[in-house]
Design a protein around this ligand. Sequence first.
Ligand code: NG1
Ligand code: ZN
Length: 533
Amino acid sequence: QLPVDAILHFSNNHAKPSHLHFQYGTAGFRTLASSLDSVLYRVGLLAGLRSKRLDGKTIGVMVTASHNPEQDNGVKLVDPRGEMLEASWEQHATLVANASSAEELIHALNEVVRVAKIDLSKPSRVVYARDTRPSGPALIRALEDGFRALGVEARNAGVTSTPILHYLVKAINTKGTEESYGEDSEEGYYRKLSTAFRALVAGKRKLEPLLVDCANGVGAQAAEKLREQIGDKLPLILENTDTDARGALNYNCGADFVKTQQKLPPSIAPLLEKGQRACSLDGDADRLMYYYVDERGHFRMLDGDKIAALVAAFIVELVKLAGLDNTIKVGVVQTAYANGASTKYLAERLPVKCVPTGVKHLHHAAEHYNIGVYFEANGHGTVLFSPSTQQTLKTHEPSTPAQSTALTHLINLTELINQTVGDALSDMLLVEVVLAHKSYSGAEWDSLYEDLPNRLVKVVVADRNAFKTEDAERRLVSPPRLQARIDELVRKYEGGRSFVRPSGTEDVVRVYAEAAVKSQADELAFRVAGLVY
Ligand code: NG1
Ligand code: ZN
């Protein structure tokens, strides 16, 4: 039986605004923070149910709105292995969030208990955290009321990054087992990453200082702690670290600003010397964008696609050096937003798969390779080593010193990389390891391939649900005949590629276009947008 009285009691303080509809999408629930109180309370209840369903395994709850403006907030559930919430539960979450009254809420919860076959007598455990948003503490209190109502054993991880919360979830659930992911504490996370990093750069030259734009978010605190532990091989200069200044979070800085504006954050511009590497984190430190200013003073962006190219090529090389290229297959997963030049570069070297937008799709597809590298162009991504591959790496007997070294590097990479989810700080150390091993400057990394000029625009339409796609979102099946008209336009542009899809996080349709020259990419994007409108 559900503890109905307790649920009703706390519900009084967390009534749902009647005019709002909530949807658990690719980013969990995300909207204006001032609308989210009832959602947080109900997510507290739901997280408890999810844990009971999984026999008391620890579920994660992260309160953040990532790269979105400071006045927004959001909440996401994390499954026991540190991964995104299982898809079927997204509907349960949406159902529970939209119950119009306390009685309806009980009804919706009972429905979840029935459909998901939950044994309410099981224990429930949750670990939760928030980013630095000023709306965070009040929303956390609403979440905690949900835990209280259901009697959840809850652990507060405080203010931390999204990837650290994912790490904690996995570490807690694997504690004391053979697959132990690491110590279940923030310190354990810093120690794990920095130990692996120091081992990977041992004997390498000291790297040039790296400027890190922390987006005035939670990444600032994490980067500071990491900096203390990674040693002197990589000097980090931390900028935009003011987490207390109102309105500063993600404002004119951060990974999303860099990717969408395709320019330097104004606060970084005066600090950056020609050729010097810099990178931007987003507001919850799970996205990473690199960049530099070239000899002619031009801004050059090294996005998620460039990171994927750098990292995948390096791993393929190590696997070969270790003598394991017949046993371990490396593959890459991208979305339709990957720059066409990156796809070409990668596909000439290893298998590449395209999947629909959203980390869960990338993550699942990457699990099908022995080593799966996935990155969204916007800088969210990681590398997954399958359990059997990790076993192979541990047990393989190298026959030469060179094989042995490569093998050790691969094992250290499995420790350096946060395999639960994209992690800006782990990815940053990964990039720096590759640059150190290859003795690459930013410009040399950049020259792996030349990005095709591209343009992304949003179009506000009456009903974005009228847009249906196929082929990993690269083609429209509805509205009827629209795809044929897009194809006809694209044919007129040299190196042209364009696709249209409904956003999963905003009430818009996105249009992406590429062409051989910038003005043509812009023109193609606007002409396709004209067809959509
Ligand atoms: P939507 O709004 O579905 O395009 C955006 C990003 C995704 C992903 C999600 C989740 C683009 C074009 N889309 O999705 O890559 O990051 O947000 O945050 O960048
Ligand atoms: Zn983020």
